[in-house]
Design a protein around this ligand. Sequence first.
Ligand SMILES: [Zn+2]
Length: 301
Amino acid sequence: MTTFLALFTCASMSQSFYTGPIIDMHLHAYTDSNPMFGMTHPPTLRGETFNGVASPAEQRERTLSKLSEHNIVKAVVTNGELWKDNDSEAILIGKSSGTIEMLRRLHQEGNLQLISEMTPFYDGVLADDPSQLPYFELAQELDIPVGIHIFPGGPNYGFHIMPEMLGGMRTYNANPLQLEDVLVKFPSLRLYIMHGGWPYVDDVKALMYAHPNVYVGIGALWVLPQEEFNEYIKALSNAGFGNRIMFGTDQMVWPQTIDAAINMVNSAEFLSLEQKEDIFFDNAAEFLRLSEEETQLHKGL
Ligand SMILES: [Zn+2]
């Protein structure tokens, strides 16, 4: 009986374990100057720690190997031009700094597919600040997606761990409603909130209700306890927004977080296999406007 039950449990779990192609909407490529190299991620709110890679070369090599290990067929990489030579098909380049002219030129040359990750938050600047509007305006004009960082991001307690890099972050600047005037000003934006907007679940629901062009990514939500992640995603799904939640890792210098992010979604037992497929692939494929042909190719259809 015990054996039968164990087999049954095992079978039902594997039925809801997604193994198809994945789109990662949130990765980073760094140069030598990034101070996070070699850093151990402090215990997350679920108690995990991750050892940091030592160099840009190791970051690239180990991240790309995780992409192939997990069948991640498309990845939005901020500063992805650093890795483009390695896997030009899979990598979509995001950039959010530099002049508007430079971004426009990069796009023309085929070296910019998204404006992301926008991080005015770390400088204490809100999304609707006049200094940020040209980036949204450009994204709308070029009809390319834009991704923006608000809470939570990682690591947890970042202000205290990396004050020189993250010292400008303030909780009072983290509310997703700062995007509303941007969405009103640029109603055709294809915008995603890169960390889901946790913990402002009601405000995210309100924003998604008012604006059908707002999607959320789940990058770095592996900092949260599993139950908290479940509750957050369940709340958005129950509200009818399950088709606008996109998988993302926010792998920085910790390649193991790619495993953690995938396990987090697969461990959310309330999600059906179909809902997991939406999060892992279908929602992002729609958001990025992948062709039917490419989608079928990735799915082996
Ligand atoms: Zn971020």
